[in-house]
Design a protein around this ligand. Structure first.
Ligand code: GLN
Length: 276
């Protein structure tokens, strides 16, 4: 089978399984398994593909038919220009979250201490450690399995992050200049309506914000102040319809200058507050 024929075969399997971006995903599978670039694909498209590479591509295509996210099958996702390993124990880093990281990077000064609460794959903590100079980064997650992935990502990206296994602030003793978090924030009943990739395969623990979606914001807003210096900042990612409620939670808990930032689609995406 030639590379071109393999591409057509994978694409048709994915189209039949109603995978939306079948053609692009087929390229991703081929690029990852054969370790070639898109340009190389076009140069080699009439070459015969080694049998074991065909088998590997087919295994991935078959698994993708079950709507397992491609990132879990390929084991990686890019975020802030860095590569992160992902397993089914961690949320796949989202491009939307880059907005939060970019905003925090602008706030940081050398010597500052940053805490990433609910770190998952470690994408926020690691990109901050990598892309800002001379800040001290600590990251927390309740899941041992997620922390193992995050730790590995820290090593691969060659950054020093302090990892703490903790249910929110339970095991956190220090105070920080900035606390950043993209916690689980989807209402439990809404999870059932999400695409199968998310609903059936991403960790429920990383998605579910309980009945009203606000469980983690309530806890974080209440407890963050005890772990922030005066004038320290709390920076949160939120769901598009949570701006007002989260703003209120921050105000009730002693945060000043609470502002909402919108994403590129014009939807409320982040809430920032200064601890007074
Ligand atoms: N902080 C991680 C991320 O943004 C994980 C978030 C989560 O598990 N809810 O991807």
């Amino acid at each position: 089978m030639t590379l071109n024929e393999l591409n057509e075969k994978i694409t048709s399997i994915l189209i039949e399984a109603e995978i939306k971006e079948a053609e692009i995903e087929s390229y991703y599978i081929i690029e990852a398994v054969l370790n070639i670039s898109r340009a190389m694909y076009f140069l080699k498209k009439n070459d015969v593909v080694p049998e074991d590479d065909i088998v590997k591509c087919m295994e991935i295509a078959e698994a993708r038919k079950e709507h397992i996210p491609l990132q879990y099958l390929l084991g990686k996702q890019e975020f802030m220009g860095l590569e992160f390993a992902v397993t089914s124990h961690v949320l796949i880093p989202r491009q939307d979250t880059e907005l939060l990281v970019e905003a925090v990077l602008k706030m940081l000064k050398p010597g500052m201490k940053v805490l990433d609460m609910c770190t998952g794959s470690g994408c926020i903590a690691i990109s901050i450690a990598k892309l800002s100079k001379e800040v001290e980064v600590t990251a927390v997650d309740v899941s041992k399995e997620a922390l193992a992935v995050a730790r590995k990502n820290g090593e691969e990206n060659q950054v020093a992050v302090r990892w703490i296994e903790s249910d929110l602030f339970e095991q956190v003793a220090d105070t920080y200049d900035v606390i950043i978090s993209n916690p689980p924030y989807i209402k439990s009943e809404v999870i059932e309506t999400l695409m199968p990739e998310v609903r059936d395969h991403e960790p429920r623990l990383a998605l579910d914000g309980t009945a009203d979606g606000l469980y983690f914001y309530r806890k974080i807003a209440k407890e963050a102040g005890a772990h922030l210096v005066k004038g320290g900042r709390l920076c949160l990612e939120i769901g598009y319809d949570q701006g007002e409620e989260v703003t209120e939670l921050l105000r009730e808990n002693g945060f000043l200058e609470v502002t909402i930032a919108k994403d590129l689609c014009g939807l409320d995406r982040n809430v920032y507050g200064v601890f007074g």
